[in-house]
Design a protein around this ligand. Structure first.
Ligand code: SF4
Length: 213
């Protein structure tokens, strides 16, 4: 285990050098907006979400602001984003619950977050780490693919991958590691054709080293 932990740290050091600017790419001004942006980002790109929220967040900043919209009005404002009907419904339901149960604030713990409509474990982890500074590893499609290719995890499901990453990485690296793996997945370790020829961590990558044999 110790060797695997050292190896994981080396991978993260290399990725830090490669992506010194790695961070959350969603734009937001407060934790509530981060929660909305993260819900909107499911099956969409951060770029598209930022395009939509630039205008949306100028006018709608709090749960009360959002509840001034009918569902069809919110749908209209976010229709460039995939699954916009469901997302509009969930966002308005969530705003109602935030006001009724949480005084309009976003809760800062996993159990309360995942009890909200449209909020799964990945979204909750993004909010905990980026919004509250609580160490967490949100496993999205990039984190899942890249972590399992490298061998930081060995699992076919996201929950187990999250647990294995938390075991192998020190807690103060969790949030940054999430960003580094996403950036690596977007830039080099792409889903269909990983660019191993320009990857800085080939030595530490199970996928690469197994292919060579
Ligand atoms: S060596 Fe290839 S498969 Fe491994 S992390 Fe780099 S790009 Fe991905």
């Amino acid at each position: 285990m110790e060797n695997r932990q050292n190896s994981a740290l080396l991978v993260m050091e290399k990725l830090k050098e490669e992506y010194p600017e790695a961070r959350c790419q969603l734009n937001y001004n407060n934790t509530f907006q981060l929660l909305i942006a993260t819900i909107l980002s499911a099956q969409s790109t951060d770029k598209k979400v930022n395009e939509v929220t630039e205008e949306l967040f100028r006018e709608y900043k709090t749960p009360t602001d959002f509840l001034s919209l009918a569902q069809t009005e919110l749908e209209e404002k976010i229709r460039k984003i995939g699954l916009y009907r469901n997302k509009a419904k969930h966002i308005l339901e969530m705003c109602r619950i935030l006001l009724e149960k949480y005084n309009g604030e976003v809760p800062n713990n996993m159990d309360d977050l995942i009890s909200l409509p449209g909020v799964g474990r990945k979204t909750a982890n993004v909010v905990l780490s980026n919004g509250f500074g609580i160490p967490a590893i949100a496993v999205d499609t990039h984190v899942f693919r890249v972590a399992n290719r490298i061998g930081l995890a060995d699992s076919n499901n996201v929950l187990e991958t999250e647990k294995q990453l938390m075991d192998i990485l020190p807690k103060d690296m969790w949030s940054l590691s999430h960003h580094l793996l996403i950036w690596h997945g977007r830039n080099i370790c792409e889903a269909r054709k990983p660019k191993c020829e320009i990857c800085p961590i080939t030595e530490k990558c199970d996928y690469f080293n197994m292919k060579k044999v």
